[in-house]
Ligand binder design. Structure first.
Ligand code: FER
Length: 278
């Protein structure tokens, strides 16, 4: 009994200790998410691709970095939205173009292409009506096939990109965070850089998410797990973190001020993007 109590208290302490330990990353500078007219801007493409998975033509947005040119080859970050979002969410609400443009202006980012897909893989993939409807939630799972079999091949045919796992990253917010952890850790032969921001209940339980931590340990370049302190979904990030800690899988567990919103996710994009493809 005494021993059990000791174990439980130790786990709790470790958990809390880690919550505290990782909150102190530098905050982005003021204006990091605002348009600057004195810098070179990236370019946004709106693309369509044939999805065998869904049986429709699907849309995605693509960010090409400043000075992009087809004579170079680029790594690719797949950046995923949440339950109420679509391919425009990161651009409209997440200010992804402003954040990336401003980071390039400060020389803080490796040249990369950022693909913002629609992660609701179903015929009518609009974020309308009840976005928590089980058929729509299921479509976030189906997106794994669409991403691997339809979108990635299309991107690799269309843009001058590097096609190995070392040059492919996946990150997302909430439902997109769950997708990124599930698809990234589930397909380490395709992804070396993985980020879950405020990951949602669609995050697989740790034992299913990463059944072989010993081999994964060697493959992962970056595993980023972050969440706002006031976010009711903290449990999904914390349990993933605790499992990685227990199985000695190197990762960043970043706990920040804030709740389940774009202030947190903009900060996450700012920090995560600087850590990949170096
Ligand atoms: C839930 C709570 C939150 C859930 C999904 C979310 C599918 C997703 C939130 C988001 O993407 O912002 O119970 O179940």
């Amino acid at each position: 009994m005494k021993f059990l109590k000791f174990v439980i208290l130790s786990i709790l302490f470790l958990g809390i200790n880690n919550l505290k330990a990782q909150t102190n990353r530098p905050l982005p500078p003021k204006g990091f998410d605002e348009v600057r007219s004195d810098i070179i801007h990236g370019k946004i493409d709106s693309i369509s691709y044939e999805s065998k998975t869904v049986g429709t033509t699907r849309k995605a947005m693509v960010y090409l970095p400043p000075n992009y040119g087809p004579s170079s080859t680029y790594p690719v970050l797949y950046l995923l939205h949440g339950i109420g979002g679509d391919e425009m969410a990161w651009l409209r609400n997440g200010k992804s173009q402003e954040i990336l443009d401003n980071l390039y202006a400060e020389n803080k980012l490796a040249p990369m292409i950022v693909v913002m897909p629609n992660g609701r893989a179903m015929k009518d993939d609009r974020a309308v009506g009840d976005v928590f409807d089980s058929i729509k939630v299921q479509a976030f799972t189906t997106f794994e096939k669409d991403l691997l079999n339809d979108l990635i091949p299309h991107i690799e045919k269309t843009y001058p990109v590097l096609k190995d796992r070392q040059h492919r990253a996946i990150a997302g917010l909430s439902m997109g965070g769950g997708q990124s952890l599930n698809f990234g850790l589930g397909n380490l032969e395709h992804f070396a850089w993985i980020g879950g921001f405020s990951s949602a209940p669609n995050t697989k339980v740790p034992e299913e998410l990463l059944p072989n931590p010993e081999t994964a340990r060697e493959q992962i370049n970056l595993l980023w797990i972050s969440c706002g302190l006031d976010d009711r979904l903290m449990n999904f990030s914390n349990r993933t973190h605790m499992y990685m800690l227990e199985h000695k899988v190197p990762h960043i567990f970043y706990v920040e001020e804030g709740g389940h919103n774009f202030n947190v996710w903009k900060n996450d994009l700012y920090l995560f993007s600087q850590l990949i493809f170096n």
